[in-house]
Design a protein around this ligand. Structure first.
Ligand SMILES: [Zn+2]
Length: 266
């Protein structure tokens, strides 16, 4: 299907992130990062041509290998969800798991040209797919999102979104629209979702968020004017919370969790 990648793994120990269906493969006594020579991974031998080097983990080459819809034929293999994999590994692992996942999603969803419908080929020299009929070339899609923690004196605005887990409150977030700056996106999202104006917008940090290909860009801001008035669509409830009376909030492995912590520290 795809041309042989130039980054074909040589047979020395490497870390493997193996995808099967919509999960990651974990072998008994290993983390999600499977340390092995590829000759030891018999159950994936027919997929080795799909391997993509996604960087280094602990000074060792790391490859993503996608079994697509096939289940691993291995007695000690289990499948774990992406969120569980991200939570159970250390901070260094987060970005490389996110990258492996996004590369797999990209290759799965770019088999055919979006312009003329022909089959796409993988490009050797860069991570891209190319249509040799109409010369259309695709790169992994990255969707910029803003996420913002808003303070009012010693309190922080937390909201319960329609898509949040039951009882979970978080900072506001939303996709950047075409033609919009990050700052404009923050002001617009806050006004749309809770009806307030903010000021003193400051950049905080960013995080790839592979559900499926977002790049979260975090900001801190302060309340300027207006009363909370939720949109009832994306946001069902929102209020100001002090540090000693927080509801359930996202874990600190997510940028939302770190933003909340940083906002309340000041
Ligand atoms: Zn084409």
């Amino acid at each position: 299907m795809f041309a042989m990648p130039t980054d074909k793994p040589i047979n020395k120990p490497a870390y493997w992130l193996i995808l099967s269906q919509n999960k990651l493969v974990r072998l008994e006594n290993q983390s999600t990062f499977i340390l092995a020579r590829h000759s030891e991974l018999e159950f994936v031998s027919q997929y080795l041509n799909n391997a993509v080097r996604v960087g280094q983990y602990q000074q060792t080459d790391c490859y993503m290998l996608d079994m697509e819809q096939q289940a691993p034929d291995h007695s000690n293999a289990e499948l774990i969800g992406l969120r569980d994999a991200l939570m159970s590994e250390n901070d260094d692992a987060f970005n490389i798991i996110a990258r492996a996942w996004q590369v797999a999603v990209f290759l799965r969803t770019h088999r055919y040209c979006g312009q003329c419908g022909s089959q796409m080929q993988r490009v050797d020299r860069e991570l891209a797919t190319h249509c040799h009929r109409c010369q259309h070339r695709c790169y992994p899609r990255i969707s910029p999102c803003i996420i913002v923690a808003i303070k009012k004196q010693q309190q922080i605005l937390l909201a319960r979104g329609r898509h949040h887990k039951q009882g979970m409150y978080s900072t506001l977030a939303g996709f950047v629209e075409s033609g919009e700056s990050l700052e404009q996106a923050v002001h617009r999202e806050v006004m749309e979702e809770v009806g307030i104006k903010i000021k003193n917008l400051r950049y905080f940090d960013s995080q790839p968020w592979p559900f499926p290909h977002s790049l979260m860009m975090g900001f801190l801001a302060e309340h300027d004017s207006g009363e909370i008035n939720v949109d009832g669509e994306e946001i069902l409830e929102a209020d100001w919370y002090a540090a000693d009376s927080l509801p359930v909030t996202p874990p600190e492995f997510s940028i939302a969790g770190r933003l909340i912590k940083a906002a309340l520290r000041k």
